[in-house]
Design a protein around this ligand. Structure first.
Ligand code: CTP
Length: 407
C-alpha cells in the first residue's frame, strides 16, 4: 500500500460514544497509510475504550488529562495542539460538537481543539434524533463556518433500533477525508502516488547564542515547488531552514536550522521519487560549536573565527549507493557564467538536473517574486525559460519533473 499519509502526524481526539471502538480501528488505518497517531481520549471515551488500547495501537502514549504532570512537564497541551498536521475527532459526539461550537475548554480534548490552528476533521456519531435536532444543526453550521470539515455521519444500522444518519463514517472513509483535507488526494495530478522531497530556505549556522551565518534566500522558490508538487498529487515533505513563509497547504514540513540538521531531516524523509534541493545551504559553519554564552568584545579586536565546510546535502543524496531517488534535482545560484557553472555542478554533485538562476544584483532574483531559470540536464541539454513568477516556475518545474519520471 502506498503510504499516502507518510510522515503526517494526526492528533486523534476520541469522543465518548459507542463508535469509539471504531476509532481504534481508525488508528490502525491511519498508521497503515504512514501516519503517526497521537490519541487523546475524553472522559466519556474512556467509558468505551481504554487509553491503554489506544496507546497500544498507536505505539505511543495516549493523553487523557488536562493537568497531567508528566505530560505538562514533557510537552504540555498547547504543544500537543501544534505538533501535528491535523486533528481528527472521531467519534464527534453531540456533546463534543456543542462544546466546540461554544468554545469551551474544560478538559484536554476541548482545550486542544480551542488552542489548535491545525485543520480539524470531525466524524460525528450520534443517535438519529440528536443529529437531526436543531441545536446540533446549529452547532454543525457554526463549526463549518469556523472552517472545520465534517465527514459522515452515514445512514445505517446503529446501536439503537432507529435508523438514519448518525452512524460514524467508516475508518477508511475518515482517512480518505483526511487526505483530501490535507490536499493529498488531488485525484488525477501527474504525481499521484509519488513521493517528493524538497529542501528550501537558508540555513543558519550559529556563532554563539545570538549570532549566526546565513544568506539572503527567502525560501519562496522551494516552498512554491513543494506546494506545486502537492497540488500535482504528490505526497510532499518540505525540509525548510528558517523562513518567514507560511507552510504550504498539504505538505509535511520539517523545520531545521543548520545544514547538518537539514541533511539528517532529508535522510529521514527518504525514500522519495523526486528530491529537489532548492535550499541555499550555508557552505561553511564555525568550527567550534556555539556555546550557551555570547562572545564578548574584549578590546583586542574581533574574535578569531575559523570555519569548516558543511556537508553537501545534494551531493550526499545524489551519490547514495542505495536508495537514491530516481530524479535528483539541484539548484545553482550563480552570478556569472551561469550555464557553464551549472554544467560543472551536475558533474561534481552527481545530480540529474540543475535549475540554474542568475542571482547577480542585476537579476534581482534572490528574495524577489520572479525567477528566470535555465533547466540543464545531465546530457547537456539546456532550456532557458522566460522570467516568470516563482509560483509559475514551480508549476512548470513540477510538470517537467513528472514528465522525466514518466519517461
Ligand atoms: N547544496 C547542498 N548542500 C550544501 C551546498 C549546496 O545541498 N552544503 C545544494 C543546494 O541546495 C543547490 C546546489 O547544492 O541545490 C548548489 O548550490 P550552490 O550554492 O549554487 O553551489 P555550491 O556547491 O555552494 O557551489 P559554489 O558555491 O561553488 O557555486
Amino acid at each position: 500500500m502506498i503510504e499516502t499519509l507518510h510522515q503526517r502526524r494526526v492528533l486523534l481526539v476520541i469522543g465518548g460514544g459507542i463508535a469509539a471502538y471504531k476509532a481504534l480501528d481508525l488508528i490502525r488505518r491511519l498508521r497503515e497509510r504512514g501516519a503517526s497517531v497521537c490519541p487523546v481520549l475524553t472522559a466519556g471515551a474512556q467509558e468505551f475504550v481504554t487509553p491503554l488500547a489506544a496507546a497500544a495501537l498507536a505505539g505511543e502514549r495516549a493523553h487523557t488529562d488536562l493537568f497531567d504532570r508528566a505530560s505538562e512537564a514533557e510537552i504540555g497541551h498547547i504543544k500537543l495542539a501544534r505538533q501535528a498536521d491535523a486533528v481528527v475527532v472521531a467519534p464527534a459526539t453531540a456533546n463534543l460538537m456543542a462544546r466546540m461550537a461554544g468554545g469551551h475548554a474544560a478538559d484536554l480534548a476541548t482545550t486542544i481543539l480551542l488552542a489548535t490552528t491545525l485543520p480539524i476533521l470531525l466524524a460525528p456519531a450520534m443517535n438519529v434524533q440528536m443529529w437531526a435536532h436543531p441545536a446540533t444543526r446549529r452547532n454543525r453550521a457554526i463549526l463549518e463556518g469556523d472552517g472545520i470539515r465534517i465527514v459522515g455521519p452515514n445512514a445505517g444500522r446503529m446501536a439503537e433500533p432507529e435508523s438514519g444518519p448518525g452512524r460514524m463514517a467508516e475508518p477508511n472513509e475518515i482517512a480518505d477525508a483526511l487526505e483530501r483535507m490535507l490536499g493529498l488526494q488531488a485525484g488525477d495530478g501527474p504525481l499521484v502516488g509519488r513521493r517528493v522531497l524538497v529542501t528550501s530556505g537558508p540555513t543558519h549556522e550559529p556563532i554563539d547564542p545570538v549570532r549566526y551565518i546565513a544568506n539572503r534566500s527567502s525560501g519562496r522558490q522551494g516552498h512554491a515547488i513543494a506546494a506545486a508538487a502537492a497540488a500535482a498529487g504528490a505526497a510532499v515533505t518540505l525540509v525548510s531552514g528558517p523562513v518567514a513563509l507560511p507552510d504550504p497547504p498539504g505538505v509535511a514540513v520539517v523545520q531545521v536550522e543548520t545544514a547538518r540538521e537539514m541533511l539528517a531531516a532529508v535522510e529521514a524523509a527518504l525514500p522519495a521519487d523526486i528530491a529537489v534541493f532548492a535550499a541555499a545551504v550555508a557552505d561553511w559553519r564555525p568550527e567550534h560549536e556555539a556555546g550557551t554564552k555570547k562572545i564578548k568584545k574584549d578590546g583586542t579586536g574581533p574574535a578569531p573565527m575559523s570555519l569548516v565546510e558543511n556537508p553537501d546535502i545534494l551531493a550526499t543524496i545524489a551519490r547514495r549507493p542505495a536508495g537514491r531517488p530516481p530524479l535528483v534535482v539541484g539548484f545553482a545560484a550563480e552570478t556569472d557564467r551561469v550555464i557553464e557553472h551549472a554544467r560543472a555542478k551536475i558533474a561534481r554533485k552527481g545530480c540529474d538536473l540543475i535549475v540554474a538562476n542568475d542571482v547577480s544584483a542585476e537579476g534581482g532574483v534572490m528574495g524577489g517574486a520572479d525567477n528566470a531559470v535555465h533547466v540543464i540536464r545531465r546530457d547537456g541539454t539546456v532550456e532557458t525559460w522566460p522570467r516568470l513568477g516563482k509560483d509559475e516556475v514551480a508549476r512548470r518545474l513540477v510538470a517537467h519533473f513528472a514528465g522525466l519520471l514518466a519517461d
